[in-house]
Design a protein around this ligand. Sequence first.
Ligand code: FAD
Length: 419
Amino acid sequence: MTSPLCTDVLIVGGGIAGLWLNARLRSQGFSTLLVENASLGGGQSLKSQGIIHGGAKYALHGALSGASEAIADMPRRWREALAGTGELDLAGVRVLSDAHYLWSPGTLAGNLSSFLASKAVRSRVDQVKGADLPPALQHPKFKGKVYRLNELVLDVPSLIERLSLLAGDSLLAAQQIEALRGTASEPAEQSEQAEQSAQADPREPTELTKPAELLGLRLDGREVRAQRIVLSAGAGNAQLLADLGIRQPSMQRRPLHMVLVKGPGLKPLYAHCLGGGPKPRVTITSHPAADGQWVWYLGGDLAEAAGVARDERAQIRAAQHELAQLLPWIDLSTAHWATLRVDRAEPAQSSLGRPDNAFLAEQGRLLVGWPTKLALAPDFADRVLAALARDGIRPGPPSTRPELPRPPLGQPIWTSLLP
Ligand code: FAD
């Protein structure tokens, strides 16, 4: 039995939530270890559209909701980090677009009027015309209104790479993650033996009256004790909680069926296209492929319920129909198409609604949560830091790294899905 290693905070899951939190903790002097069982960013983060929402999309009902309020400060925080002057130094991360656009095609401007009626929204959007329109919309046949939102779009692969650099030597790859239980005052093995003998015949009284506490985790057999353990494993949180015998918080999955299209006729476009309802009809982001062409990644209503029900061929046909209607001047005759099914993992909400901000639940040394949006990773880290401060947890001695490999970086999805 090897003696346990100690760290201040042990993080499980290397998506945006875990990596951002890890970098923040390290910048404040905490010792950290982060364990990943697949690839860094390879869960939802590298499948996201990379939009740093400022909440405008959520105000389409004409009134700001809780989501808009919580998220409103995120573009500023990310911009400062990207400039190297914020809470993290993200200088060098590629910004794909300095703005995201809201685009109302044809005569649907009525839909925009209630949106723009909100003063808080008006202060965040500007109408753009002519040469200021996004390149893909600069065509004589284009009709509609376009507003510029104060929202960035990031190249998520370069973000994940930068955060993995800020992680130093704290990143660990391990497959088997088990609870390390004991009481803080006695060795973990001793209390586990007592717990096992009590489980063998639960009617027998045992001298051990205190329940065994979660002290750390065993990572592929290596024991790591921590002052706090944070589960930020996205969709993996549900299984991790089940393995730890913990029922709450429960998680919901919101399935999406996204579409990717790559072709020589595509120019960059970052926009929510409005339909008749409160949700964007389609949300388009553009991503550079290694051969210099652009990949359009299509989400929004197209990828939600009706899109989830379609098989891949029908979903591609639906996307082709949308683009032919909205942007008929774009030549997609030689384009390559693919779809991607992916679930958003979030804390369970009534009627599968969208959570308003990052979520964190606590139980003893264990903290578990979901940022609920890439943009809200700073909010997730704030919540963990607030919990540490409240409990008087301060940076301790540096941790020793267990002998485990470093996890690989996840790859952009279009490299595997498109030629
Ligand atoms: P993940 O990125 O899923 O990371 C979790 C990590 O934990 C993974 O690397 C996984 O391998 C690892 N893991 C799982 N189980 C274990 C285990 N047992 N042990 C160790 N490691 C484990 N948000 C935005 O703000 N803007 C957008 O434009 C946007 N677009 C989106 C588009 C799509 C199609 C989707 C699906 C989501 C989008 N989101 C967007 C939401 C955003 O992607 C997620 O909220 C965010 O990436 C979640 O980050 P995370 O770190 O919690 O999870």
